[in-house]
Design a protein around this ligand. Sequence first.
Ligand code: 8OZ
Length: 359
Amino acid sequence: MTDLFTPARFGALELPNRIVMSSLTRNRADAGNVPTPLMAEYYRQRASAGLILTEASPICAAGHGYPRTPGIHTPEQIAGWKQVTAAVHDAGGRIALQLWHVGRISHPDLQPGGALPVAPSAIRPAGQVFTGVGMQDYVTPRALETHELSGLVATYAQAAHDAMEAGFDGVEVHAGNGYLLDQFLRSSTNRRTDAYGGSQANRARLLLEVMAAVCEAVGSDRVGVRLSPVTTFNDLADDDPQGMFEYVVAQMNPLGLAFLDILQGTGGAPHEAWVPFDYARLRALYRGNLILNNGYDFASAQLALQGGEADAIAFGRLLLANPDLVERFRRGAPLNAPDYERLYTGEEKGYTDYPFLAG
Ligand code: 8OZ
């Protein structure tokens, strides 16, 4: 029976086990948002995972909304990522880059030329953003013009191409957690009246164009997509998430992707707080490899795989605190606890200093 230790083939990727490292923002890039040797060490330590999905990586300068998040849009960043992929490959691992654009989850202080952040519609998110001089309110973003969208699609494809240049085994398009592509998908953030707003098919159009372009750039067998159907993160809501994501997932089938990565509930929130959603319907509709994510432990992950609910399970908190999680699971060894104070700060502390098992 399939379990966490059963090898898997996801498109062009050969996974020695089904323990995937979830994408995790850690804010350790340098001041130019360039990946550092410390980041290479962090990912190298986790190379025994079946597949590493990197922290989200902005595809262009306007795609940034947080300090020290490593981009994939300058030659220095591509060179920085090369050290990361080489370190992971030397340690026998596989690593895919998560392609990101934050859309309205940003601030003029973080944008090139102090410009307004862009979004499907000029709707200000509730909440505040860390801008380097403390917290500031989000601003009302500028709605993208229809004629700008083809350039945005091309930017995703260029970033995917550059990820291959940097030595990645694949890419994951980040279409979840309330960032730009998710802002297009949702009725609360997309009030457009062109072909990219209104119906579910129209709201999904930008994501589907991005997926087609990224697949064309690097081959669909090296491409995945991250969705989070019911997240409320980043002030997001939708009038019919079940219908929307059944449509989106059905549209992914003809692409022949390496994997679909679904975050259940809202990241970090306990199971009891999840908005009800029928994930089994997505499993039934989707004909490729499915990764499920959020709050699994060893026992619940084994049950999900044995029950055929998913093809792999992604672990965030457990893998950040346990670089050798695969071995710990294999031995039934105790786990290190994550240091929540140092998720987004601390350089090597709470990052590369979690102990491995002795022996
Ligand atoms: C936590 C902090 C900053 C960014 C996501 C990229 O939720 C993120 C993120 C998470 O997808």
